[in-house]
Design a protein around this ligand. Structure first.
Ligand code: SF4
Length: 259
């Protein structure tokens, strides 16, 4: 494999290369290269440099999604953005998605939905969330995203270390299921995000003012109380902290279990 440090460092001067597999050595090298590079510049260099045309962004269009999407729009508004509509989302989230798409001029947003036959078999009464949320997330969220990521070798997530104890050691770059996973906002604080949104006058998710600091599906999201982790309102009462898209298994075909 050619030296990633040499090609990424000179970014726009290097012609994009075709899709390829990434290794932990790539992630380690990129972590060293971008250790002190601001998130917006990092994203711009990656999307217009060696990784041009290879990177997809995964967005929930949730509480803080506007920050990453604003940076993306500045770098490449045509870049693919994958959004999973579980068909249990808040209508406010769908309206917020449409608002940000228009405002930021994003032209590559793809909405992924559960496969109808698989969904009808797994969740015929729309109550799967109430007795097996892992299975519900698998069919409504993980499988659609796995389909959307087929052929994708590098993707960007909006995760932040401060969101929960399980994300406290989040690196800028990591390898997951053989893909390069990029977390430009890993070290950002809530104050950083608020300052960025204020600076660029970005609209807030309509539910944030009601205490929803991390927003997923309607049945599994509650407002967060003062002093709680921002994600404490997700799957409240369950021993579950992630929907599964950030756990191993996105490389598996849809008919194989992901949990
Ligand atoms: S967050 Fe809840 S409703 Fe949404 S897919 Fe997961 S278990 Fe189902």
């Amino acid at each position: 494999m050619s030296s990633l440090s040499a090609t990424v460092a000179t970014d726009a001067a290097v012609a994009p290369v075709g899709p390829r597999a990434f290794t932990q050595a790539d992630a380690d090298r990129l972590n060293a290269i971008y250790d002190q590079v601001p998130a917006a510049e990092m994203l711009h260099r990656l999307l217009t440099g060696e990784l041009a045309g290879q990177v997809s962004v995964v967005s929930s269009f949730g509480t803080e999604s506007s920050v990453l999407l604003h940076m993306l729009a500045a770098a490449d508004p045509t870049a693919p953005v994958l959004f999973v509509d579980t068909l249990r989302l808040f209508p406010e989230t769908l309206r917020y998605r449409d608002q940000l798409v228009r405002l930021l001029g994003l032209t590559g947003v793809h909405t992924l939905e559960p496969e109808p036959v698989a969904l009808a078999a797994a969740d015929p009464k729309y109550l799967l969330w109430s007795y097996d949320p892992d299975a519900c997330c698998a069919v409504r969220k993980v499988a659609p995203l796995a389909r959307g990521l087929e052929g994708v070798t590098a993707w960007v997530s909006g995760r932040k270390a401060f969101q929960s104890s399980t994300r406290s050691h989040l690196p800028l770059f990591e390898i997951a299921d053989g893909r390069l996973k990029i977390n430009p906002l890993a070290r950002w604080t809530k104050a950083d995000l608020d300052a960025y949104m204020d600076r660029y006058n970005l609209p807030r998710h309509p539910l944030e003012a009601d205490g929803y600091l991390s927003i997923g599906c309607m049945p599994c999201t509650t407002p967060v109380k003062p002093g709680e982790d921002p994600r404490a309102g997700r799957w409240r009462g369950w021993d579950k902290t992630e929907c599964g898209i950030h756990l191993p298994g996105l490389d598996k075909p849809e008919d194989e279990p992901v949990f």
